[in-house]
Design a protein around this ligand. Structure first.
Ligand code: NDP
Length: 429
C-alpha cells in the first residue's frame, strides 16, 4: 500500500473492499479469512480471555482513510458502532494531508506504579529513607521482571509524596511511592503490578509502615503523545461557508470547551470517538485510555478541552492534542484477538510509541470533523444521513429494502424509527 487515499472505497461493496485490501496489503489467506469470518475470535479463545463466556460480541470494523502522519501513509482500522465517525475522520484526514499531514511525537514513555503506605511512625523520616534507598528499590523492582530490563526497559525513576500530612486521621495520612517504568512496547499493567507487589515488603521494612495498595496508575502523564496539524483556510471552505468562517467557528467552539465543562465533556467525547475505535481495533484497554485522557483534561484544576485550536500569523488553523496513551503493541489482547494483530499489521506499526501517536492524530482529526460540522451546517445533517441505514434497520428494513428506506428517510427529512416503520409497511404493500 503506497497511499492511504483509496478513492471510491465508500461506494464499494464489502466484498470489493476486502479484495482491494488483500491485493494492496498482500494479505495471507488466514488474514482474509479472519475478516470474513464472524468467528474470527473463536469461542475457545474468548473462553480463555474472560470468565463466564457465552459468546462473542461483534462491532462494525472499518478503515479510516487518507491519514498522512509524519510523512507516512496510514489506513487506520476502527471498531465502532456509531455511524459517521469513520467517514468524518477520513474526511478531515483528507483535508489535513493536503496541508502536509499530521506531525506527532512522544516525549517519553514511562508507566507509573504506585505503592500506598500508611501508619508510618514518622512520615518525613520514611520519605527520606525511601529516597536514600532509591537505587536498591529500583534494582529490586527490575529484578522482579528481568525480561523487560533485557529488552532495554525497566525502572527509570522513583519518587515519593506524603498525602494529607496535616490530617489527624490515620486513614487519610499516607505516603505514596511511585516507580516510573519503561515498559517498551507493552502497556505494562501486569509487569508493573508484579514489580510493585514484589517490592512492597522492602518498602514496609524501610518505612516501618503498612503497605495497602500496590498497582499501576492509569494517569499515564509520563507517557504523553502529541499531534499537531496546520490547515490553510482555503482547505476548510464548504459549500456555503468561507474557509475563514469555518476556521473562526472551530476556534470559537474550542474556546467554549476550554471554558465550560458542560461543553468540554461533549467536545472530548468527540475526540474519544476517534481514539476508542483504534484502541479497540488494536486490542488495547480502552477503559485505561479513557480514564487517563479525561484526568489529563482536568490537570489544571478544571475539566477542559483535550485539544487546542488557534490561528497562526498566516491565518492558518492550528490544531494540537496531547494525551496520556497507555497502550501497547504486545501483551493483553493485542496478540490474542486475531483482528488486533491484523489491525497492527495493516498500519505497519513498529512500536507502541508509534501507535500512541497515530491514535492521538485520529482523535485530533475526529475533533475537527465534529467542530467543523458544528460551526457550519450543524451536526445533524451529515450525521443523520449516515445514521439513516441504522434507523431503517431498526424500523424493520432488511436486504435491498434498507437502502431504499434510508434514502426515503433522508429525502423526507424525517430520520426516525417511527417513520422508518411506516415506510417499511408501505414498501411491503
Ligand atoms: P502482559 O502481561 O501481556 O505483558 C506483556 C508481555 O509482552 C511481557 O510479559 C513481555 O514478555 C512480552 N513482550 C514481548 N515483546 C515485548 C516488547 N517489545 N516490549 C514489552 N514487552 C514485550 O501485558 P501488560 O503488562 O502490558 O498488561 C496489559 C494488560 O493488563 C491489559 O490487558 C490490561 O487490560 C490489563 N490490566 C490493566 C490494569 C489497569 O489498567 N489498571 C490493571 C491490570 C491489568 P517477556 O518480556 O517475558 O517476553
Amino acid at each position: 500500500m503506497t497511499s492511504s487515499r483509496i478513492p471510491g472505497f465508500y461506494n464499494m461493496t464489502v466484498k470489493e473492499r476486502r479484495a482491494l485490501l488483500r491485493e494492496a496489503f498482500s494479505l495471507t489467506d488466514a488474514e482474509t479469512q479472519n475478516l470474513s469470518n464472524a468467528d474470527a475470535l473463536t469461542i475457545g479463545k474468548a473462553d480463555n480471555m474472560i470468565e463466564n463466556v457465552i459468546g462473542t460480541y461483534q462491532l462494525p470494523f472499518g478503515l479510516g482513510l487518507n491519514f498522512l502522519i509524519n510523512g507516512k501513509e496510514y489506513v487506520i482500522p476502527m471498531a465502532i458502532e456509531e455511524a459517521s465517525v469513520v467517514a468524518s475522520a477520513s474526511h478531515v484526514a483528507k483535508i489535513v494531508r493536503e496541508a502536509g499531514g499530521f506531525q506527532t511525537e512522544s516525549k517519553e514513555r514511562l508507566m507509573i506504579g504506585q505503592i500506598q503506605v500508611v501508619g508510618c511512625p514518622d512520615f518525613q523520616e520514611a520519605k527520606q529513607q525511601i529516597l536514600h534507598q532509591k537505587d536498591t528499590l529500583m534494582a529490586a523492582a527490575d529484578n522482579a521482571y528481568p525480561s523487560i530490563v533485557h529488552r532495554g526497559g525497566g525502572v527509570k525513576d522513583l519518587d515519593v509524596r506524603i498525602l494529607n500530612e496535616e490530617d489527624a486521621s490515620s486513614y487519610s495520612k499516607m505516603l505514596v511511592m511511585h516507580i516510573y517504568v519503561d515498559t517498551c512496547d507493552a502497556m505494562g499493567a501486569n509487569m508493573i503490578n508484579t514489580m510493585v507487589e514484589s517490592i512492597a515488603p522492602i518498602v514496609e521494612e524501610i518505612t516501618k509502615g503498612k503497605v495497602y495498595l500496590r498497582i499501576l496508575s492509569n494517569y499515564a502523564d509520563r507517557s504523553l503523545a502529541t499531534a499537531k496539524c496546520m490547515i490553510p483556510p482555503h482547505l476548510l471552505k464548504t459549500g456555503s461557508f468561507a474557509g475563514e468562517e469555518v476556521r473562526d467557528g472551530v476556534i470559537h467552539a474550542y474556546e467554549f470547551a476550554a471554558s465550560d465543562p458542560y461543553r468540554a465533556v461533549t467536545h472530548n467525547k468527540g475526540v474519544m470517538n476517534g481514539i476508542d475505535p483504534v484502541v479497540i481495533a488494536t486490542g488495547n484497554d480502552w477503559r485505561a485510555v479513557e480514564a487517563g485522557a479525561h484526568a489529563y483534561a482536568a490537570r489544571n484544576g478544571q475539566y477542559g478541552s483535550m485539544t487546542k485550536w488557534s490561528k497562526d500569523e498566516e491565518g492558518n488553523l492550528v490544531g494540537e492534542i496531547e494525551l496520556p496513551m497507555s497502550i501497547g503493541t504486545v501483551g493483553g489482547a493485542t496478540r490474542v484477538h486475531p483482528l488486533a494483530g491484523f489491525s497492527l499489521s495493516i498500519m505497519h506499526i513498529e512500536s507502541a510509541e508509534e501507535l500512541a501517536q497515530v491514535i492521538v492524530a485520529v482523535g485530533l482529526a475526529q475533533n475537527l470533523g465534529a467542530l467543523k460540522a458544528l460551526a457550519t451546517d450543524g451536526i445533524q445533517k451529515g450525521h443523520m444521513a449516515l445514521h439513516s441505514r441504522s434507523v431503517a434497520i431498526a424500523g424493520g428494513a432488511t436486504g435491498e429494502m434498507i437502502d431504499v428506506i434510508a434514502k426515503q428517510l433522508v429525502e423526507q427529512q424525517e430520520i426516525r424509527v417511527g417513520k422508518a416503520k411506516e415506510l417499511v409497511e408501505q414498501y411491503k404493500k
